[in-house]
Design a protein around this ligand. Structure first.
Ligand SMILES: *[C@@H]1O[C@H](CO)[C@@H](O)[C@H](O)[C@H]1NC(C)=O
Length: 230
């Protein structure tokens, strides 16, 4: 038989458990840029992520992606090539919160400034030498701090979630990196083409003021082709 004190303690810890459950409950992380609600689910149906395959039909191949050892073609304007192994390419990653990739860099090739809105990135250099860096969000004191670094074969470097970062191959030979992400769908915003290559274009009035540039320069930048480094 339990005493009154025991009952009070039980009730107390029960309430504590409920309170901590409530305190730690959060919304699910977004897996795409947006998921606009609709009133009629029959009209159109999307899920935050991908539909799940019937577990009875799942095979080992659903968890397999092949060929990440194969060098990619870097014969483009930037001299780099990003191979994504996200949930879209490796369906077994769905709901698991991680992804990987491979980046090939020609000599002096650049992975241009970009951010991953939904993931921290861990980069490991397999071959070559990279000049890399990330920039903080706006500091309370004003400005943004750059964290620059030269990375050699075997080095592992972290780009915190959402921050603008880049890598430049500063060697005379091709470079290769593998990257890991803390999301099955990290998303990529390449700064230059998001700003100057948006469709429809961001108004010249907005960009000339924002970048302290003449309208003519902005119009020229908006007329260029901006390769999207997905
Ligand atoms: C990346 O490499 C693949 C295979 O080598 C190629 O098909 C693709 O067009 C390349 N992408 C870019 C942006 O150069």
């Amino acid at each position: 038989m339990t005493s009154t004190v025991d009952n009070i303690l039980l009730a107390y810890f029960g309430l504590l458990a409920i309170a901590s459950y409530v305190a730690y409950a959060t919304d699910p992380t977004q897996l795409q840029d947006f998921c606009v609600g609709i009133n009629d689910p029959k009209a159109e149906l999307f899920v935050n992520g991908l539909f799940c395959k019937n577990p009875a039909d799942v095979t080992p191949e659903d968890f397999l992606f092949k060929g990440l050892d194969i060098p990619r073609n870097t014969d483009n304007k930037l001299g780099s090539n990003v191979t994504q192994v996200f949930a879209a390419q490796l369906p077994g990653l769905n709901t698991l919160g991680v992804a990987v990739g491979r980046i090939d860099y020609a000599p002096y090739g650049l992975n241009p400034p970009h951010t991953h809105p939904r993931a921290t990135e861990v980069l490991t250099v397999l071959e070559g030498t990279l000049f890399a860096g990330f920039v903080t969000s706006n500091l309370p004191s004003g400005g943004n701090k750059l964290f620059p670094i030269v990375l050699h074969k075997g080095d592992v470097f972290v780009f915190p979630q959402g921050l603008i970062h880049f890598q430049l191959n500063v060697g005379k030979t091709p470079a290769v990196a593998v990257v890991a992400f803390s999301s099955q769908s990290p998303g990529v915003i390449t700064i230059a083409n998001a700003i100057f290559g948006a469709k429809p274009p961001i108004s010249v009035d907005v960009l000339s003021k924002a970048f302290q540039l003449d309208d003519v320069v902005i119009k020229h930048l908006e007329s260029l082709f901006w390769p999207s480094t997905s």
